[in-house]
Structures are given as C-alpha cells and as structure tokens.
Write a protein that binds this ligand. Sequence first.
Ligand code: BES
Ligand code: ZN
Ligand code: ZN
Length: 506
Amino acid sequence: MEIRVLEGSIAEVESDALIVNLFEGVTSPGGATGAVDRALDGMIAELIRSKEATGKLMETALLHTYGKIAPKRVLVIGLGKSGEFDLVAVRKVAGAAVRFLRKKGVRTVTSIVHGAGIGGLTPRDAARAVVEGTILGLYQGDIYKTSEEDSNEVEAFTIVERDRAKIPDVEEGAREGRILADAANDARTLGNEPPNRMTPSILSQRAREAAERFGLGFEELDEKRMAELGMNALLSVAQGSAQPPRLIILRYTAGDGKPTIAFVGKGLTFDSGGISIKPQEDMHLMKYDMVGGAAVIHALRALAELKPDINVIGLIPASENMPGGSAYKPGDVITCFSGKTVEIITTDAEGRMMLADAITYAVREGASYVVDIATLTGSCAIALGNDFTGIMGNNQELIEKLTEAARSAGEQVWNLPLPPAYKDQLKSSIADLKNVGSRYGGALTGGLFLQEFVGDIPWVHMDIAGTAYTSKEDGSGGAGYLAPGATGVGVRTLAMLAMRLSGRSA
Ligand code: BES
Ligand code: ZN
Ligand code: ZN
C-alpha cells in the first residue's frame, strides 16, 4: 500500500473514501469534519441528529457524496470520549476505519490526522499513530488459505493536511509509522507461521534474511558452539526435540564507545510443555511462544531504518520444547551458562531457562541495559488480561523510560513488583535455584528468576503472555482493530525505547 502526505483541502482531494472523525457527545461537528459537513449541506449533522453517528469509539457511519465533494464517500469514525482520547485510540480508530472501508471494496482512502489539534497530541505523534493503525489494521494473517475469501485491498492511503506548517512533522510521523508498522506486521507473520513451518533453524534463517535486507550484523550459534560455551539451560530445553536449537544474534551498530542495549526475545517455536506436558486444549496456540523473539528481530530491523545513536544487540534463544526420549526431566539439575545451578520442577517453565543463558550472553557482551520480552507465564495473562503487558525490572529509571516508549507506541504496559520476599519460593534444597515458585504470583517469580542472571545491569522484563496473540476478530487483545493471530506486540515499544535511550524521541 502506498502512503502519502498531501497539503491541501480534504474536500478537494479525490478518493474512494475520506475518513473524518467525531468525538462522543458532539452535536455540531467542528474542524475538518465541520468543513466537510458544510460542503455536504449538513449531512453529517443530520447523521448526528438521527443518532447514526454518536462518536462512540470506532463507531462507523458511511455517506455517499454524490459529487458534492471530490471524495466519493465520507466515513465518520467515532473517537470516543475526548477525556479518554490518546495514541492508543488514534491507532484503533485509524485501523477500524480502513478495515471497514476495505470490506466495502474501497481502494483509495484519504484521511485527516485524528487528534492533531483537537486531541492535544503533537502532529508527528498523531500522524505516526494514524499510519501505524492503518497498516496494522489492514494486515491479514490468513497466509495459508488457498482460496481468497476477501480479495479487497486498499491501494493508497493519503493523509491530507491543510496547515502547511504542520506538513514536515506529519511527513516525519508518517515515515516512522510506516517503518514501525511494517516491522510489527513482519513480526506478526513470523508469529502466525505454523510450528511445522517455523522451527528454530527457520526462525534463524528469517532473521538472517531481515539482517541482510536491512543491514544488520547476523550470527547464529549452533548446538556445538553452545555446548562449548556451556549454555546448558538452553540446550536442556531443546533436548527432547528433533529440531536443533539456535542462539540468534543480531547487531545494530551506531559506533564504538556508545552504550549497548540488549534485547532478548524468547523464541520457543512450539511449547508442548515437554515431559510436564500441557493439556491438549489450546496447545496449538503455543506456536506463538516465539513472538518475543520475532519482536526482537523486527525491532532491530526497524532500528536499522530509524538509526538511533546507540548500539543494539538482539539475542533470540530459539528452540522447541518437546517430550522426546532424551527430553530434560523434572528433578534434573542444570548448570547454566552463568554457572548457577537450577533444579527443574516443571519442564514447562522452559522460557526462563533459555532466557537465563541469553541474558548471561548479554551481560558478557557488556550490555549497558537489558530488556527481555517473553510469553513467559499464563499468570501474567490472568493478572492483566489481553491488553496489558506486564513489566518488571530492577531499575526504576529504565522502567519509566520503557513505560514512556510504550505510551508513545500505543502499547499498554503495567509495572508489576519483584518482591524480594518471594525469592524464597525459588530456593532449592539441592541447587542454587528451582525453576518455579508457587502457583500464586507466577509472573513475579518468573521475573525474580530472570533477575538472578542480570546482576546489577539496568534491566526490564516484559511478560507478553497475554498480549502476544488475539483469537477473536476485533476482540480484546487485538485492541479492536487487529486481525486474529499474532499482534506484533513489543516491536514498536522496543524500537521507541532504543530511540529514547539514544536521546532521540521518535
Ligand atoms: N509459554 C508458556 C506461557 C504462556 C501461557 C504463554 C499461556 C502464552 C499463553 C510458558 O512456557 C509456560 O508454560 N509457563 C508456565 C509457567 C509455570 C509452569 C510456572 C505457565 O504459565 O503455566
Ligand atoms: Zn513457553
Ligand atoms: Zn512452557
């Protein structure tokens, strides 16, 4: 799809459909919507009077313009309550609008920038959010359907802005939005791949291709190299599978002497639970257990285009967790790459094992910051539902930076504690640590386990078990505008965090 920014008057630019907006409770439309209403002799005001347009978030009302203005149709999309309006809402609105129009067979779309002006957002942030919402909203995950059920496609999306002074900011925002949303969609495609087509070596191959295309450094450690280094935690997880594991390493280099941020993403391409096997219900969803890794791959790829002034290393431990004859077992004691020993209580807590070794790799690389992202615990999804990623960390400043990055990326995060007292739950009578605590507070003990491997380096853990995928069309988790499947969560937050840490606030 082509994305353009045009200076001009929205009523004069031709398109199959023009998107304008309305806040909830507004009785006479203002701004650009008001101008279109006047050009249409009060047709939007009439929709409001008849309560067909109430301004409720993502509500749609479609008009035909019969040649009164250049666009053939006008879609009035609801912005919701003005007091609740933010960048999350901008993305939802933009995404919901184009999804609605695509179903109607619309090919060319013009739009105003929702919220630039009225909503108190900067034109750049708002334009970025509009483009992101549009590209994310139009993504479809039905990659293996052999007959097209819905072949409609939006071919061109044009933001029309009448204020010349705002154009450079709108253009910059649109450019960033395109980079970030394309990256997130590519991460979604990796996540949506079925587990027979997304093994650790295939994930590594895809990372290599992204690295070549965008100019990132690429390296992969195979089993032999991992054994030489002593990465036994990662190797143990892979033991029960016929598929060999990989440690995928990507590098974005800004220059010598600059700080390095390490992103560590769980790349578990299928989590059966291993010997501690999961129930069959919903086990197929465990193909999404690698989306943390996918987020890291495509956050680095976006950064290769956004070019922050900070070095970034991406580490993706990739494996399957299977109950094969040589699988690791409850009761096993494993010596991790860091030297710490872990008693395995359940083989289903495999993510923290592979992350432990990858985090140790980041520490030994001299990372100044570590952020890991993982579908780590069902507990986190139970605690926060499908719209909030749980974050935990050892450094308040980094937690705040990540929270700001998430806010501007329109991804919702919630800070959970790492209570020192809960560390007792990880005490083992035979080894340094057990790999799980009690059932209660499972997200927190997952975080506490990882903390044992980061030392004093500023670190944040993102538990995306609840936000990684959405099952319902337009359902929760999809935030109302995403197709079923992987959500691409984390790509934009990680990229924005690197921008912020480098002193550039995209
Ligand atoms: N991959 C799962 C976590 C998960 C659950 C992700 C649901 C997405 C949706 C992880 O490896 C796992 O099995 N975690 C266990 C941890 C427990 C054994 C401490 C869990 O959540 O039950
Ligand atoms: Zn898992
Ligand atoms: Zn598991």
